[in-house]
Design a protein around this ligand. Structure first.
Ligand code: HEC
Length: 413
């Protein structure tokens, strides 16, 4: 005979243990009031649940201020120091590059990266710190095992749960406390063991995970392979824009032209814009193929003034305002490069004083030895103005008595 009163024994009951004692309250105010009492009873691991935010609940529960701001501050500080250290180390220790004699490390130039890393690290600290502190994302919570809670909590009821994890927890005293402070339908919520998967699902699930895992390895392996090989194929690009438009490069074939060359030779008898160097003296500083001895422009006071202005802009940083070669860049570079810096020639050097005007013009236009060219930056007329001013500078350092007007020679010491 089968005993119908006995529980069916087809499946072993999942093992259970108490998760919490749960009490229901009809209104937020009552829950708030009760929360104060639970707090005063000395519980620490307990919670309130409400369909909407209840003002004053933090204080009623005795929740202390979060330490998140401290975490964010520490992360931000770490970011700032990382940015600072990274830039200092790369630019002045690991790979120092001298740029116009500028300092290897200077705070103002490094502020943007420091700022960015401060923001980045702070943001990470805020987001991950928040998740770590509030335990989210969490797909499961023991309190969900109460059917009553599930059906009413997000609608019209308020709950207080005292969890078994609380060091003071005792099922009966917790129940008594909740009842004494107005809790209704007080129930003990059990925590079920984690859900049991059917064996079929477990077996195939693991197989599926293994297969997916193996597939996930393919992209990184493909990337590794690509790093060690060359390929004729254009790399994968989702948005093409105009990066890969068909075009002809130098040395390619172009069937459009009879000779098949993509690179077109100059058309005889034509001059490109801005390249009409008709006047050799003016544009190249040459007369009959040799450096011109004289300035291509009439030397007037306004030309000298113009030359001085341009010299102070383009030349003085290396050659110095006086042309002696003690410009800021030179002074700094000499200190930083420890003997490998080629100092600018003093413009009062015998060599430079005996150069033709055309030679100095050519030096400005095309550069000379380690001096870079300035032809692209300074207009032809201004280059000649500078030449005239350099001459004036040279004269200022090597003047003779004949250079002083005869009627004023008496004023000299
Ligand atoms: C970046 C630094 C720098 C700047 C800017 C610069 N020079 Fe120089 N200049 C040099 C150096 C370095 C030399 C010596 C090169 C060498 O000996 O290898 C030099 C040499 C010269 C010489 C002598 C060349 C010769 O042997 O006859 C003249 C003249 C000269 N510079 C004129 C100018 C003028 C004019 C300007 C402004 C348009 C100018 N430089 C701007 C660095 C500079």
């Amino acid at each position: 005979m089968h005993d119908h009163t006995a529980k069916p024994q087809t499946k072993a009951e999942p093992s259970t243990r108490v998760f919490a004692v749960l009490a229901e309250f009809p209104s937020g105010d009552e829950m708030l009031e009760a929360a104060r009492k639970v707090r005063d009873a000395g519980y620490t691991k307990w919670d309130t649940h409400s369909p909407y935010p209840v003002h004053g609940i933090d204080e009623a529960m005795g929740i202390r201020r979060t330490i998140l701001p401290t975490i964010v501050f520490v992360c931000g500080l770490t970011g700032a120091l990382t940015g600072l250290a990274l830039q200092w180390w790369t630019s002045s220790v690991y790979y120092p590059v001298i740029v116009s004699g500028k300092p290897m490390f200077s705070l103002p130039a490094n502020i943007p990266i420091i700022f960015e890393l401060t923001v980045l690290f702070s943001a990470f600290g805020a987001v991950f710190g928040m998740f770590a502190l509030n335990g989210l994302p969490s797909l499961y919570h023991g309190i969900f095992n109460s059917g009553r809670f599930n059906s009413r909590m997000s609608t019209d009821r308020f709950y207080i749960s005292i969890e078994a994890a609380d060091p003071k927890f005792n099922r009966d005293s917790a129940r008594k406390l909740l009842e004494s402070i107005g809790g209704q339908s007080v129930e003990v919520v059990e925590e079920r063991a984690a859900v049991e998967f059917p064996p079929m699902l477990r077996k195939w699930g693991i197989t599926a995970l293994l297969v997916l895992g193996a597939f996930a390895l393919l992209p990184p392996l493909y990337t590794l392979r690509a790093r060690t090989r060359t390929s004729e194929v254009t790399r994968m690009q989702l948005i093409w824009d105009m990066d890969q438009q068909p075009r002809f490069r130098a040395q390619m074939k172009n069937p459009l032209f009879a000779d098949g060359r993509a690179m077109r030779p100059q058309v005889p008898g034509t001059v490109a814009r801005g390249e009409a160097f008709a006047d050799d003296h003016l544009h190249r500083g040459l007369v009959d193929g040799r450096f011109a001895a004289t300035n291509a422009l009439p030397v007037t006071e306004s030309l000298l003034q113009r030359g001085r202005k341009k010299f102070d802009i383009y030349c003085a940083q290396c050659h110095g305002l006086d042309g002696l070669g003690q410009g800021m860049i030179s002074v700094r570079a000499e200190r930083l490069q420890e003997g490998t810096w080629v100092p600018p020639l003093s413009l009062h050097d015998e060599v430079v004083r005996t150069r033709e005007d055309g030679h100095i013009f050519n030096t400005i236009t095309n550069g000379i030895r380690t001096m870079p060219p300035y032809g692209d930056q300074i207009r032809v007329e201004d280059r000649w103005a500078i030449v005239a001013y350099v001459r004036a500078l040279q004269r200022s350092q090597n003047a003779t008595l004949e250079d002083v007007p005869s009627d004023r020679r008496g004023e000299l010491p």
